[in-house]
Design a protein around this ligand. Structure first.
Ligand code: FES
Ligand code: FES
Length: 200
């Protein structure tokens, strides 16, 4: 007997600053929607049961295990994946730069989740202690690095962000990504591009 088609429903949310609408199977998780619906494969599918942190994304700024989050919990909310940490085309987040420079990523499977957890930490605490860094990424497992280089890279990125924040900014500089995301919430097109419509 042919398998019954799974029911689909439509979800609208903000992903990396763009308002997106996706028609997805009702039982899908946020991770499945990001990876297989929207093609955002930065978030990794590791254990797929909430144990490893490889799937961590930011949901309204809070690190969230997308593999155990039903996609409908993201409706009307803001999701940031590792792809969304970029400041702009070819302009990586200082965390991404420091991870690359300091050997904090080896196989890299854990890296997107750790970057999201660390970005949320630095957003709320620009000068975290090493203990606070350990606690912030305690849900992200890494089997390669031994963690020391990861802690070092997060500290170095925090230093760089603090230096950048204290430097004067040109008045005509482009909008900060957080401002762009706020406008997306208000229904405006972001960066002059129309909101994208994705139907599966
Ligand atoms: S893939 Fe989500 S916690 Fe492991
Ligand atoms: S770099 Fe390989 S799991 Fe962390």
């Amino acid at each position: 007997m042919p398998e019954a088609a799974s029911p689909h429903s439509s979800i609208t949310f903000v992903v990396n600053g763009d308002r997106r609408t996706a028609g997805v199977p009702s039982h899908w998780t946020l991770l499945e929607t990001l990876r297989y619906g929207l093609g955002l494969t930065g978030s990794k599918q590791g254990c797929d049961k909430g144990d490893c942190g490889a799937c961590t994304v930011l949901l309204d700024g809070v690190p969230t295990l997308s593999c155990i989050t039903p996609v409908h919990e993201a409706a009307g909310r803001e999701v940031v994946t590792v792809e969304g940490l970029l400041r702009g085309p070819g302009d990586p987040h200082p965390l991404q730069t420091k991870f690359a420079e300091m050997g904090a990523a080896q196989c890299g499977f854990c890296t997107p989740g750790i970057l999201c957890s660390a970005a949320a930490l630095l957003e709320r605490n620009p000068a975290p202690s090493r203990q606070e860094i350990k606690e912030a990424i305690s849900g992200n497992l890494c089997r390669c690095t031994g963690y020391t280089k990861i802690f070092d890279a997060i500290e170095a990125a925090a230093d760089e962000l603090r230096r950048a924040d204290s430097a004067p900014r040109p008045r005509d500089e482009g909008q900060h990504p957080a401002d762009r995301r706020a406008h997306a919430h208000e229904g405006e097109a972001v960066g002059g591009t129309p909101a994208k419509e994705v139907l599966l």
